[in-house]
Structure formats: C-alpha cells, structure tokens
Design a binder for this molecule. Structure first.
Ligand SMILES: O=P(O)(O)OC[C@H]1O[C@](O)(CO)[C@@H](O)[C@@H]1O
Length: 529
C-alpha cells in the first residue's frame, strides 16, 4: 500500500471516542476488506453472550458462578438488589475508611497517622493494585505503597528494609479472594513477624480483603484486625481491580477512585455497542482473532510509550493469558487456546527487543499505547522546538512505521492524558475485549483449572520435604545420597528428592548439610546431630 492508501485506510478504520478521550487505530493490521462481514455472526454471538453475562447468567459454568465485574462500576446493573447494596455499601466503606486513615481518625497505635501501606497479595490480588498504584501515583500520595507479591524471602526483606522504622506507621492490607493462597499467607506471616520483632501488635495495623468465612477472614476475626472488606465469588481475581481489591489500596494512596470507576463505567457503556466498528473492545477482540487465526498463533506485544504504563503489560498478561489459555473449549473439545502477551515500554524497548521485532521471527503483532499529553505543564526544549515528549511521540511513530514497512502489523491505542479516568477506561476496555474474544473462540474465560496442577504438585513437594527431614533426623549424622534416601522413603521421584535436598542444604533453617562427591548428583546429605 502506498502512503496515500495508508492514509485513507487510517481514516476509514480509526475509532475515535471524544467522551472517553480514546482512539484506536487498526489500519496497520492487514485484515481483508470482507473481514468484518465474515466475523459479523461471531461477534454478534459474543455481544449476546456478554449481555447474558452482564444480566447475571452463569457465565463461568465450570465453577457455576456469575461474572459480575461490570456491576462494580454500575451497581444498578446487578442482578439482585442485595448485590447492588453490597457493592454500594462496600464502596462507601472504602471511602470512609480511607478518609479516616488520612484524617488520622484511624491511626497507628503510637498515635501517629499511617504514612505507608504494605499490600500483600498475588496474581489478581496484586497486579491490578500494582498497576493502578504505579500508573497514577506521585510524590503527593497520601500513603507510600509497598507490595509483597511473592513468597520470596529476600524479596520481602528488601521491602521491609525499604520501610525500615516506618513500619510503626505502616498499614498492612492482605488481599486474597480465596483467603488460602500460600504465597499470600506466607507474606502475611512474614509481615506479622516483622511487626512482632519491632514490638508491634500486627492486628492493630492489619486489614483484610477476602471472601467471607475464608481462612484469612477467620484469622482477621480471631486477631481483631482493624477492618475487613469483602470479595465476592462473582468477581474473578483478574477482574477485581474495580472491587475493594483495587479501590481500597488506591483510595488509601489518595488516588481518584471516583475517576477510575467513572472511566471504567463510561468505557463499559461505549463497549456495549452492538456495532462492531463502533465498539473498541470488539475491534480489539476481532483484531486478536484476525492476527492469530483465533488460535493464538501470534504473540501480542504491548508497547506503551509512557513510563506510568510500564506495569500494564504485566497486568494484561494475567488478564488475557489466565483467561484465554485453556485446554478445552466450552464443548469439552481439546483446543489448547491461548494468546501470549508480553511487553515493557517504549522507547526503552527500542534498545532491547525491537531489533527482533523488526527483523527477526514475525510471530507477533504489536499494540502501541500512546498518551498525547506529555506531562503537567511545559517542557524543556532539548533542541530548537523539540521536547523530550516530542522524541517519545516520534519514536512511537518511527517504530510503528519501521515495523509496518517490514511486514509487521500493529494497532495503536491513543489516550489524551493519563489520569484515573483513562486508567479505568483502559482496564474496562481490555476486560471486555477478553470476554468478547473468549466467546469468539468458544472458551470459558473465567476459570483457571490449569493453575491448580502446579499448586497441587507444590503441595506434594512440601509434603515430601517433611518426610525427608523426618528421615534425616531419625538417623541424625548418617549421610544419604538422594538415591539412598528415595529408596528409604519408597519414593520414585529421586530427582525431586535431590532437588529438595539441594535447597535444604543451601539454607540454614533445617540443619541439613551436603557433602560433595566426584559426581555432583551423588553428593550426600545429613542432618546435623
Ligand atoms: O486472591 P487469591 O485467592 O489469593 O488468588 C490469587 C490468584 O491466584 C489465582 O487463583 C491463580 O493464579 C488467580 O486467579 C488469582 O488472582
């Protein structure tokens, strides 16, 4: 296509919403002229499925659950008055609690106002809050936010070291829908221990967001935590950012949660349009289908040209890959669906992997995300009539063109400025695109059966570790190779035994030592006497 034709194609396919302050350009995706006609019945079915979902249908059949994240921004859509009341009541409590913390009405036991927030969670109970915190945070934040989002001891030590003596004015928010996720439980226990060591009573600093009656809920009740906020079974972890999961940390940080909800609500309204060409979520879903043959044959590279959107690709990775990556479809057929997402930020990536994107294996399509307003106020001229932001915008256009000229397709989402409304709109846009795409490819986007396999296997590894330690201690001082120990335990998984032993010997916690032999794998292990 020559430049003139590209300009015409750009004008023909540019989606613009003044209300949302958002544009979507799909002109650099090479779908054929009859593409929308061919996909019309599929996307109409997806709209029908989405309307049923929003109306309270059991849209997650495996878990027999409703899928209600859209009600969170518009409770009047909730299928029962009780649900609407729960949503409204929780939002009011989030706002009041944050106001009390900011005003010092709820303060640290030393009488000082809370100045920091430690959020403990993982997956959907961390990624949304992290994305919102990083995209909207500033030096003016009411509380400085930290995260434990893993069970990595060193990672937690680093965060605690950063907090330092300010732990005495740190509110800790433990988020887990199920209330039984081990990484989060461990984070909570590590945080509790840090408070104990500092002579502080954890319960007076702790808040839980979890399902009623969960293990975490029971702990919070038993220990008299400061407050508890609900998570409902009709909100999925990866779509929970507009529930208390995302709103409470954001409100505590001092961010504009009304703006976030308003942006999401407006985007929901816009993306309910049954006209695909006028619906940016449908356009995204259709482009994903076009680019990947509806089978995930190409990766989605998300390239936001804005530092504040750095965590967006990480957030989208869970939202999209946990939703779309499924072994079977809704009819039980093995389909091994998926849509791989990765990305970082431009123009930084220009100096990292854009080389491969432009010249290497053409197994991806790109989504550029552009923010028109560079910063608050005016910018320095780094050259005559050129600002740093002009460079950022120039690099985006340059990379888009360089990719296209070499046969690499891309879409571009443009927002006018990056405020809470825009972040809310981006979240809602992708939530709906995922739902529509799942309908197009006939899968359940709202369960995650695959995650359970890894959790179960990890449980088995820890049980085996217990048996290994018991055996070593029974015969303290005697050294075993992994093979000998496996035979002693009647365990076929010698490799797992060996790897557990290696980890035990590398840490001082369990008193296990390794003696190396000529061949690394026949080294022997003993419990110190
Ligand atoms: O909020 P929870 O129950 O601790 O779960 C955390 C995450 O674990 C998963 O269940 C599986 O990874 C995610 O779907 C979820 O966001």
């Amino acid at each position: 296509m020559d430049k003139r034709q590209l300009w015409e194609r750009y004008q023909e396919y540019l989606y613009v919403s003044d209300e949302l302050g958002l544009m979507l350009d799909i002109s650099r995706m090479n779908f054929p002229p009859d593409f929308f006609d061919r996909m019309e019945s599929g996307i109409q079915k997806a709209f029908t499925d989405m309307a049923a979902l929003e109306g309270g249908a059991i849209a997650n059949p495996d878990e027999q659950r409703m899928v209600g994240h859209y009600w969170l921004r518009n409770p009047s859509l909730a299928p029962t008055p009780a649900i609407a009341t729960e949503i409204e009541g929780t939002l009011a409590r989030v706002q009041t609690f944050a106001a009390h913390i900011h005003a010092g009405k709820v303060c640290a036991p030393n009488g000082r106002p809370f100045t920091r927030l430690l959020v403990v969670g993982i997956g959907g109970s961390a990624l949304g809050p992290q994305f919102v915190a990083d995209s909207l945070g500033s030096a003016a934040d009411r509380l400085k936010v930290h995260f434990f989002d893993n069970t990595d001891p060193d990672g937690m030590d680093r965060v605690l070291a950063e907090i330092g003596p300010a732990l005495a004015e740190t509110l800790t928010l433990v988020i887990s829908k199920s209330g039984g996720t081990k990484e989060t439980r461990n984070g909570m226990l590590e945080a509790r221990e840090a408070y104990r060591k500092a002579g502080l009573d954890f319960g007076k600093y702790a808040v839980a967001i979890t399902g009623a009656g969960s293990e975490l809920d029971a702990t919070a009740v038993a220990e008299g935590w400061l407050a508890r906020f609900p998570m409902w079974d009709w909100v999925g972890g990866r779509t929970s950012v507009t529930s208390a999961v995302g709103l409470l940390p954001a409100a505590l940080q001092g961010l504009d949660i009304d703006g976030l909800l308003a942006g999401a609500r407006l985007c929901d309204e816009t993306t309910r349009s049954p006209i695909a060409r006028a619906n940016p979520a449908a356009l995204l879903a259709l482009m994903w289908h076009y680019a990947t043959d509806g089978r995930g044959t190409k990766d989605m590279v998300v390239l936001p040209y804005k530092d504040r959107l750095l965590l967006f690709s990480r957030y989208l990775q869970q939202l999209i890959m946990e939703s779309i990556g499924k072994e079977t479809d809704l009819d039980g057929r093995v389909v091994n669906q998926g849509l791989t997402v990765y990305g970082n930020k431009g123009s930084t990536d220009q100096h990292a992997y854009v080389q491969q994107l432009r010249e290497g294996i053409p197994n991806f399509f790109a989504t550029f995300i552009e923010v028109l307003a560079d910063r608050e106020g005016r910018s320095l001229l780094v050259e005559p009539d050129v600002t740093s932001g002009d460079y950022l915008a120039g690099f985006l256009q340059g990379t888009r063109t360089a990719l296209y000229d070499n046969g690499r397709e891309s879409m571009t989402i443009t927002v006018e400025k990056l405020d809470a409304r825009a972040v809310g709109a981006l979240i809602a846009l992708y939530e709906r695109a995922v739902g529509l795409y799942a309908s197009l490819v006939n899968i359940n986007a709202y369960h995650q059966p695959g995650v359970e396999a890894g959790k179960k296997a990890a449980g088995e590894v820890l049980a085996l570790q217990g048996n290994i330690l018991a055996a070593l201690r029974r015969i303290a001082g005697k050294a075993f190779t992994a093979e000998e120990l496996a035979a002693e335990l009647g365990e076929e998984e010698t490799e797992t035994v060996f790897r557990i032993l290696l980890h035990l010997a590398a840490n001082p916690d369990h008193g296990v030592e390794m003696e190396r032999s000529e061949s690394f794998c026949t080294g022997s292990f003993a419990a110190k006497g």
